[in-house]
Design a protein around this ligand. Structure first.
Ligand code: ASP
Length: 357
C-alpha cells in the first residue's frame, strides 16, 4: 500500500494507528509508562527465589542485559533435580522421556528465541538464547534443537532422575484411556496417587527490568507431566508463555499452557499495561478473559469450568517499565499463591492476587 492509499484507507475506516487498540474497541492511547526512578526489579514464579536473587545481582553488579540475567537465574532451577517441573529431574512425557520447552525475549532488540521438545539438554533457556542471538529464526524443535545445542557445545545427558522415573511408572500403572483429557491444575492432580508428590507440574518464568528501563524475560519447563510426546506448551511460544516490549514491560505465564496459548496471554498482559492497566490489573484482566474462554470451551470439555470458575491453575507475572510489578493466579485462597521478587531490598516471596478466591 502506498502512503497515500494507506492514509485514505485510514481516513475511510476512521481508524488511526494511535487510537486503534489491539484489545478491540478504539481507545485513546495513554502515555507510555515512564522509566520511573528505580534500580530494577526481577520477578519469577515461586520456585525462583534463588533465581531472582542471581538475576538481580547479575544486572546490578555486572550490568548484564535483563534477558541474559533471567536466563542465568533460571539455570539453578533447570539444574535442580528436586524441582520436578523444569530441566534435570523434570517429569517426563507419557513414554518416559523428558522433553523441555523454553523461550526468551530481549526488550531493547525486540528479538526472541525458543526451543520446543528438546531432549537431553539441561539448560534449554541457554539454547533459546543462542537461537535468539545467533540465528534469525525464533523456534527450533526436537531433534533440530538438540543438534543445534550440541553443535554449540552443550553436553547431551540423561535428564530422567530415578525419582521422576518412579513417579512416571506409578502414573503409567494407573492410567486410563481418557487421561489425555485431564486438565492441568494445581489442585486437581492428574492422578490422585500423585497428590503427595511435590509439584507434579510447574515451570519457571522470570521477567527482569534494569535501572535503565530495559526489560527481558524467559520461561523454561519440562511442561505438562506425562504429555503426549511432541506436545508443545505455552512456554516456548512468544506471546503465550512470555513476552516483553521495551516501551511497556514484560510478562509471563505458568500453569495450564493451553489456556495461555489460546488467550495469547503474556502478550495481552503487556498490551493491557500499554492501555494503562497496572501490572496487577493487567494480569487479572487476562485471567478473567481466560475464564470467559474456558466457559465457552466447557461445552465440549466440561472439566475446564466448574462451579463458576476455571478448574485449572494459571498464573501471570508482570513488570511495568516504571518498576511496578505483580502476579495473579486463577484460583485459591488469598495468600495461597506466591511469586518471587528481588530488588534493592533483597529477594522475597510476595502474594499473588487471585481472580477467583
Ligand atoms: N505452562 C506449562 C505447560 O503447559 C506447565 C506449567 O506451567 O505448569 O507446559
Amino acid at each position: 500500500m502506498t502512503d497515500l492509499t494507506r492514509r485514505k484507507f485510514l481516513q475511510a475506516t476512521g481508524a488511526s494507528l494511535a487510537t486503534t487498540s489491539l484489545l478491540g474497541a478504539a481507545t485513546s492511547t495513554p502515555p507510555l509508562p515512564s522509566s520511573g526512578n528505580h534500580e530494577g526489579v526481577v520477578i519469577s514464579s515461586a520456585n525462583g527465589i534463588e533465581t531472582v536473587n542471581i538475576a538481580y545481582q547479575l544486572m546490578s553488579e555486572q550490568n548484564m542485559r535483563p534477558v541474559s540475567a533471567a536466563i542465568r537465574g533460571v539455570a539453578v532451577v533447570e539444574a535442580d533435580p528436586n524441582d520436578m517441573s523444569v530441566g534435570y529431574g523434570g517429569l517426563p512425557n507419557e513414554r518416559g522421556v523428558v522433553q523441555l520447552d523454553s523461550s526468551c525475549m530481549d526488550g531493547p532488540t525486540h528479538n526472541a528465541g525458543s526451543v520446543s521438545c528438546i531432549e537431553d539438554i539441561m539448560h534449554p533457556a541457554q539454547v533459546a538464547e543462542l537461537v535468539m542471538d545467533r540465528t534469525d529464526h525464533i523456534n527450533l524443535v526436537g531433534q533440530g534443537a538438540r543438534q543445534f545445542a550440541i553443535d554449540h557445545g552443550f553436553k547431551a545427558e540423561d535428564l530422567l532422575t530415578e525419582r521422576a522415573r518412579e513417579i512416571w511408572l506409578k502414573w503409567r500403572a494407573k492410567r486410563t484411556d481418557d487421561d489425555r483429557l485431564w486438565p492441568l491444575g494445581d489442585t486437581v492432580p492428574a492422578d490422585p496417587s500423585l497428590a503427595d508428590e511435590p509439584r507434579p507440574w510447574g515451570t519457571i518464568h522470570c521477567s527482569a527490568l534494569n535501572g535503565a528501563g530495559d526489560v527481558g524475560c524467559c520461561t523454561t519447563t519440562s511442561g505438562l507431566s506425562f504429555k503426549i510426546p511432541g506436545r508443545i506448551g505455552d512456554s516456548p511460544l512468544v506471546g503465550a508463555g512470555m513476552y516483553c516490549d521495551n516501551e511497556i514491560g514484560s510478562a509471563g505465564a505458568t500453569g495450564r499452557g493451553e489456556a495461555a496459548i489460546m488467550s495469547c496471554g503474556s502478550m495481552l498482559v503487556v498490551e493491557r499495561m500499554r492501555a494503562g492497566d497496572s501490572p496487577e490489573q493487567a494480569c487479572l484482566y487476562v485471567l478473567k478473559r481466560v475464564a470467559q474462554q474456558a466457559q465457552r470451551a466447557s461445552k465440549w470439555q466440561p472439566m475446564l469450568y466448574k462451579d463458576g470458575a476455571p478448574n485449572f491453575g494459571l498464573t501471570f507475572y508482570a513488570i511495568r517499565k516504571d518498576g511496578t510489578y505483580a502476579s495473579a493466579s486463577m484460583r485459591g485462597k488469598p495468600g495461597s499463591s506466591k511469586f518471587a521478587v528481588a530488588d534493592k531490598n533483597g529477594a522475597r516471596l510476595e502474594d499473588c492476587a487471585i481472580a477467583f478466591a
